[in-house]
Write a protein of this length. Structure first.
Length: 188
């Protein structure tokens, strides 16, 4: 779905699953749980499609509402309890995401005009460039911090990634927990 629409992908703030690869070119990392920052991120979009995730359960109160009022929400989840639980969904789909997504992607692709597909391709390419540049900046920062004492977390995670054999993937759960999307790829 992300590739078809040229849409960025964020993981839930407190991940309970590892359903999207951190190395994917459209993966943005874990969504912050700071409401003001979350709102700034969400304001950049007109639609939120939540697939099998806990849609923004927040721990601390805030003066700022995280969800922009005009943001439309589509939720796909296999747990009816999650649908519309925290924010009302314009469309709520009860179904297994793994089984449902291929059919949804096919149906949307069939209905997209050539112009819509071209714009989605342009968004994909632009997002891919932006994310690649941000990841390269993180890697450069990590390498620049390599010799600082005490060791900086970003430098440590990059060193672990560089120590892995090329093509080997680390367990990404620790990476999401420190909000470093895609910076540590074995052999990179």
């Amino acid at each position: 779905m992300a590739e078809l629409l040229g849409a960025p992908v964020w993981a839930e703030g407190v991940p309970s699953t590892a359903a999207f690869p951190a190395s994917h070119p459209l993966f943005r990392g874990a969504m912050t749980r700071v409401q003001t920052v979350m709102r700034d991120v969400l304001r950049q979009h007109d639609l939120l499609f939540s697939v099998g995730g806990d849609l923004f359960t927040l721990s601390l109160p805030s003066e700022t509402e995280a969800m922009p009022e005009d943001l439309q929400i589509i939720q796909l989840d296999n747990d009816a309890w999650e649908l519309g639980k925290n924010y009302p969904a314009k469309v709520a789909i009860l179904g297994d995401p793994k089984a449902s997504l291929p059919d949804l992607v096919a149906a949307i692709a069939e209905r997209m005009s050539p112009a819509q597909k071209a714009r989605a391709g342009e968004r994909f390419a632009a997002m891919r460039r932006t994310i690649a540049a941000q990841r390269a900046e993180l890697v450069a920062t990590a390498r620049a911090e390599r010799d600082r004492q005490p060791i900086r977390p970003l430098a440590l995670l990059q060193a672990i990634g560089e120590a892995l054999a090329p093509g080997r993937r680390a367990d990404r759960r620790w990476q999401r927990n420190v909000h470093l999307p895609g910076t540590v790829d074995g052999g990179a």
